[in-house]
Design a protein around this ligand. Sequence first.
Ligand SMILES: Cc1cc2nc3c(=O)[nH]c(=O)nc-3n(C[C@H](O)[C@H](O)[C@H](O)COP(=O)(O)OP(=O)(O)OC[C@H]3O[C@@H](n4cnc5c(N)ncnc54)[C@H](O)[C@@H]3O)c2cc1C
Length: 493
Amino acid sequence: MKKAVIIGSGLGGLATALRLITAGYSVTILEKNKTPGGRLNQLKLDGFKFDIGPSFMSMTYETEELFRSCGIPLSLELKELDPLYQVFFEHQPHPYRIWKDLSILEEEFAGIEPHLKTKVERYLAQGRKIFNNTEAPLIKSNVYGLTDFLGKIARRDITLLPYLFRNMWQEVERNFSSREAKVIFSLVSFFLGATPFETPAIYSLLNYVEFRHNGYWGVQDGMYRIIEELEKILRDKGANFIFETEVKEVLEENNRATGVKDQNGRRWEADVFVCNADAASFRGLILKRPQYSPCRLDKMHWGFAPFTIYLGVQGKIENAMQHNYFLGNNFKGYARKFLSSSASPERPYYYVNVASKACPGYAPPGCESILILCPVPDLRFKKNWTDKDNFADNIINDFSKRVHFNVMKNTLTRKILTPEDWESMFNLYRGSGLGLCHGLFQIGYFRPKNKDEKLGNFYYVGASTVPGTGLPMVIVGSKLTFERIIQDHGPLS
Ligand SMILES: Cc1cc2nc3c(=O)[nH]c(=O)nc-3n(C[C@H](O)[C@H](O)[C@H](O)COP(=O)(O)OP(=O)(O)OC[C@H]3O[C@@H](n4cnc5c(N)ncnc54)[C@H](O)[C@@H]3O)c2cc1C
C-alpha cells in the first residue's frame, strides 16, 4: 500500500486525505495544533461555542461531490440563508436586509435605488455569463503550463475580457446609482481578502453565486460539524492523526521528498506528500526557495488580516440577525487608506455573526454567542497589536449603539485574536486570513502551483494554491490535487 503524508488538517488537507484514502492510500495527517480544521475551527469558552472563522459557505454541491465521490452519504444538514445578511450604514435608522427575492429586495431600497430589481437582474445575468464561462475550464481544471492557461483564457467569450481589467467598484458604478447599492454589491470582494478597488470585475460572478446560483448556506449545529464529520470518517477508514506536530523540514533525494521532520526531530516517510500549509510561504520559509524568499513574499498581494472578537453575552439581541455588516459613510476612503496603514481606525467597518440565532447549542439559554470580524492590515503594515483591547472596546461600543443593546455591560466572556495570533496559530503569512489575493497575476498559472516545481512527489492544497480561497474553492482544490497525484502515481484500488 502506498503511503501519503498530509501536512496540515485544514479543510483542504482533510478533503485530500479522504480522496486519497478512498483510492487506497494509507494516510497520516500531521497537524501543528491540538485539533483539526485550521481556519475552519471552533472555540469553546465558559459554556459558549464559536466558529472561529468561516460562518457560511456557497457552492455546497462541491461538499456533496466530495462525500459522494468517496461513497459516503452526506450526514451534514445544510441550511440555506434568506435573507442572506443585513447591512447597517452609519446614521441610518434601519439596516438593509438582503433578500434573494428581488421584488422584496426592491422594497428595501425604495426611495434609494430606483428600478433596483431590473438593475440587479441585468447585473446578475452578466455574473452568470462570467460564471458559466469560467467555472469548468478555469476554476475546476488543473493548469498545465503557461500555454495551457493562456489557451484556456483565449477560448473564453471575448466580450468578458474587459472584466479582467476593470475593478469591482467600477463595475458596480456602471450598474447602480446609489452609494448603498454600490457598497452592498461590492462586499463580495472582501470574501477574497481585498477591497473592491483592487479586485477584478470578473468576480462579480460571486454576486450571481450568492443570489442565484447556489446561495449561502450554514450548517446545522455549526460550521465545525464539517470537520468533525471528516475526522470521524477518516478515522473509521484508518487514517492516522498526529497533533501538536509542526513540519519544520522536508528531506529530499534525487528530486523527490523522502520524509518530513517535525519540531522535535521526529521523522515520517511516505511515497507522496501533500502540504496544506500556505503554499507560498511553505515554499519560502521551509523549502527555502529563492522565488518565495521573505522579501519576495512581502511583495505579493496578501488578503487582509482578521481581527476577531468572541463574545458570550447575557440577553438576546433582537436587532441583530445571524449575519450582519456594520459600515461607515466613507467606504472608498476607508478601504483605500486603512487596509495598508499602521494605525487602528477610529471608526472600523466590521461583520458580526450571531451564531446562536441559528445554533441554539452555541450559547446557554437567554444568551448570544457572537463573533465580530474586522478586516485589518496584515503584519507588514501594522506590526503590533498592543492596542487590541482599546480597538475591541471601540468596536463593541459602536455595535452596542447600532443594535440598541449594551453588549459591553452584558458580556460574560470575551476573547480576542489579533493578526499575530492568526499568524502563529495556523502559520498564516503576516497574519493574512485568506492567503494570496486573486488579482490577474495571482490566479491560474501565476498562483503557486499544486505540484512542487522540484520534488516529483510533493503537492499542495489550500487557499494559496489553485483555484483559491474560501471553503468551496479549497474543496475544488483537493480534487485538482488528487487528480494530479493519480495522474503521476496511479490509483491503488
Ligand atoms: C476570519 C475568517 C473568516 C472566514 N470566513 C469564511 C466564510 O464565511 N466562508 C468561506 O467559504 N471561507 C471563509 N474563510 C476562508 C476559509 O477559512 C479558508 O479559505 C479555508 O478554511 C482555508 O483552508 P485550508 O485548507 O487552505 O487551510 P487552513 O485552514 O489554514 O489549514 C491549514 C492547516 O495546516 C496547519 N499547518 C500549517 N503549517 C503547518 C506545518 N508546518 N506543520 C503541520 N501543520 C501545519 C495549520 O495549523 C492548519 O490547521 C474565512 C477565513 C477567515 C480567516
